[in-house]
Design a protein around this ligand. Structure first.
Ligand code: SF4
Ligand code: SF4
Length: 713
């Protein structure tokens, strides 16, 4: 980190900042700081003229660092980015002028403290030196040759990438090789599957950038984005390959129908699955398995095990449309056969509704809303199916000699990827076995940087959606390769050039960092010393928060820099009755929520001092003890909600913070302080209206327990 700094301070007086605070006093604080070479005010700092002025001042005063005291760091990002100059943003607009009373002594103190904190952080931070790989690779490995994998290869090769497409079966095509036909596209005419598949094959052949290996599995993946080493096994022949990023398109399998005990699938020959009916249709003969005769009455059970918390709690998206398609197969082959479709809801979104109407118009296809509550065997080989909760209000019985269970889609596992990662050979799965990284914000991303999921392994979907998914995943894969070439992070800290730097001389091999990194960035030596793979890193800072020796730091986000911010401000003594609360606010949801509160001009206590953090999992306990021994009366940690329904942007940061709370309570006990002095709050981005109340309630708690006894020490 830089030893001495030439800092330039630029204070904006626009957007009500000049009305709220006395900026001349801010300037005098800046001018009394030895590292500050230049300080000035502008009425409109984000204007093109001001940018020009800042550029000239950087040159004229040889500034290596800037403190921009203006709007939230989330605004005007490009305006205040200067090449090879460290820039720290002090949020005087949303953080002070828009949330505090104008011209008030406490508001002024808040603004002055934020400037001090900004200067302290700048003095103790350095400009990140990006982690650049030697000869990074731009090739993409696509695993799985079904429709998602084929389309991913086509998209990537069309964008100019070299692609290795690996398929474990004899041919490309995946499930399409086992289908009789595909669902008509958006309610149009029946599409010819063979023609569609041939078109895709031809496209793959026509693109010189795609190399296809069938009868091949991936036997090992090691390395990091930009330099993955891949070993593949083609019928015993092992070959080595390199890739910059990887697309996993290994598809899905039908839900295990034997788990639907009530169907007695293993005992009843005339109960089959949609996949089995498809094979029958492909062979040209839809018959009863019991005797090979044509069925007279066929009943489809929709949502067989889907939307059911005992089985698959989700909807598999295409089972309704598949049954419509299969009902047409049956009617085409057996014009006298009746088809009954028993459904919870028929889901045919978009223009597929036209297709539904078309199938409904067939006088031998009957739709019944209800639940199959009993299947009884008749004396012949047919079954009597009881349908309850139907629109008639009383159970009905339907005799069928063939029953088709519309079972849902289950993602294929990824354990056989054989990742040579300290944290396991497969991709971590989130909800229901899908390998997401964050199901709301980061589609396609898995928890292993540089590996993107496409198609039904990511979420249940049909052919059209799989093709769109493939394009999305390819975009992410290319973005990753390009970011790695520049030494920059991928989403959500896109463009960040910092990465964790470890002072391993002081490492005790405790393995906390290797265990707690959610993205499997670290491998380790036999002894347990971490081996970083910076291109896998998402720059969350969780390892920095976890390290008890405090030897993991980023150039511009370090233990020392945040501690300096904490210590940079004067703490009023207890007789002044001006408590000080330190708030660590997660940049992902909570900080934008604070900005939203400011845009709505919600008032926030002027006694709070905010430090944005990359994730609350990055908070190191030393910051808490530093703050408490400094005399802060309380500490708020505000982060993303943990749990499956609302994920932390860095997977486990919020949960880790909850786990670490035990250590924090020990710290408080050692300091003989009340447990309430540190409080953790979880906040979603749209919960900004809660912010004033959260802070006021906490201020009340602190008022009740009284000032921090360390204030006067
Ligand atoms: S914990 Fe976060 S910052 Fe640390 S190595 Fe892992 S991804 Fe990178
Ligand atoms: S957490 Fe710190 S001390 Fe422990 S293994 Fe990692 S770097 Fe070493």
């Amino acid at each position: 980190m830089a030893e001495s700094k030439n800092i330039g301070i630029f204070i904006c007086t626009g957007c009500q900042i000049g009305d709220a605070i006395d900026t001349a006093k801010l300037r005098s604080i800046a001018e009394q700081t030895s590292s500050v070479r230049h300080c000035t005010e502008h009425t409109f700092l984000c204007s093109a003229e001001s940018r020009q002025q800042i550029t000239e001042d950087i040159r004229k005063h040889q500034l290596d660092s800037l403190v921009i005291a203006a709007c939230s760091p989330r605004h005007a990002v490009a305006n205040f980015a200067f090449d090879k100059v460290l820039t720290e943003r002090v949020n005087l607009r949303e953080g002070v002028a828009w949330t505090m009373e104008h011209g008030n002594e406490d508001t002024q103190m808040a603004a002055e403290d934020y400037l001090r904190m900004g200067i302290a952080r700048t003095e103790t931070s350095g400009l990140p030196d990006p982690y650049l790989l030697e000869n990074p690779v731009s090739d993409i490995l696509v695993i799985g040759g079904g429709i998602s994998g084929m389309q991913a290869a086509i998209e990537a090769a069309s964008a100019g990438c070299q692609v290795l497409l690996v398929e474990k079966e004899n041919d490309l095509g995946g499930w399409l090789n086992h289908w009789h036909d595909i669902i008509p596209v958006s309610g149009g005419k029946q599409t010819n599957l063979n023609f569609f598949l041939q078109e895709k094959m031809d496209e793959i052949k026509s693109l010189t950038g795609i190399k296809v290996l069938c009868n091949t599995t991936v036997s090992s993946i090691s390395g990091e984005p930009g330099r993955f080493s891949i070993e593949v096994n083609q019928q015993g022949k092992i070959t080595d390959h390199r890739a910059g990023s990887i697309i996993l398109a290994n598809g899905w399998k039908p839900y295990d129908v034997t788990r639907l005990k009530e169907l007695k699938y293993s005992d009843r020959q005339n109960i089959i699955t949609q996949a089995e009916l498809e094979t029958m249709a492909q062979s040209g003969s839809i018959t009863k398995p019991s005797d090979g005769s044509p069925p007279k009455n066929i009943l489809f059970i929709q949502c067989a095990g889907s939307r059911d918390k005992e089985h698959l709690p989700y909807c598999s998206n295409v089972c309704c449309l598949t049954s419509l398609k299969q009902a047409q197969y049956i009617r085409n082959q057996h014009p006298e056969t009746n088809v009954f479709i028993v459904y919870k809801d028929i889901r045919t979104p978009g223009k597929n509704e036209h297709y539904y109407r078309e199938v409904q118009a067939d006088s031998r296809i009957f739709f019944t809303k209800g639940e199959v509550t009993e299947i009884a065997d008749n004396v012949d080989d047919s079954m009597a199916i009881t349908v309850s909760d139907n629109l008639l209000g009383e159970p009905i019985r339907i005799n069928a000699d063939l029953v088709v269970a519309a079972t849902g889609m289950v993602p294929n596992q990824s354990d056989d990827l054989n990742l040579q990662y300290r944290k396991g050979t497969g991709l971590p799965e989130w909800k229901y076995g899908f390998p997401d990284s964050h199901f709301i914000c980061f589609p396609y991303e898995t928890q292993r940087t540089g590996i993107y999921a496409a198609g039904a392994v990511r979420t249940p979907q049909g052919i059209q959606a799989c093709m769109e998914d493939a394009a999305g995943a390819v975009l992410k894969a290319i973005q990753c390769i390009e970011s790695v070439k520049r030494g920059q992070a991928v989403h959500p800290r896109s463009g960040d050039e910092s990465y964790p730097i470890l002072s391993l001389q002081r490492c005790t091999d405790c393995k906390r960092c290797t265990e707690e990194c959610p993205f499997g960035s670290y491998d380790e030596t036999e002894k347990g010393t971490p081996l970083p793979n910076p291109a896998r890193c998402r720059r969350c800072g969780i390892c920095m928060g976890s390290c008890p020796e405090r030897i993991i730091n980023f150039e511009d986000y370090s233990i020392h820099a945040i501690s300096s911010m904490i210590k940079s401000i004067p703490i009023p003594d207890e007789f002044e009755e001006k408590p000080r609360i330190l708030a660590f606010i997660c940049e992902n949801d909570a900080y934008p929520a604070f900005d939203l509160a400011a845009q709505h001009r919600l008032k926030i206590s002027p006694y709070v001092r905010i430090i944005p953090v990359r994730c609350i999992g990055s908070i190191n306990t030393i910051w808490l003890s530093d703050a408490l021994s400094q005399g802060y009366d309380g500490i708020l940690q505000i982060g993303c909600k943990p749990g499956e329904d609302y994920q932390c942007h860095f997977i486990t940061g919020s949960e880790l913070m909850e786990i670490r709370s035990e250590n924090i309570q020990e710290t408080l006990q050692t300091m003989m302080l009340e447990p309430e002095r540190i409080q953790t709050v979880f906040l979603e981005i749209d919960e900004y209206l809660r912010i004033p109340e959260i802070i006021d309630d906490y201020m009340e708690t602190i008022e009740e327990i009284g000032p921090n006894p360390f204030k006067d020490m």
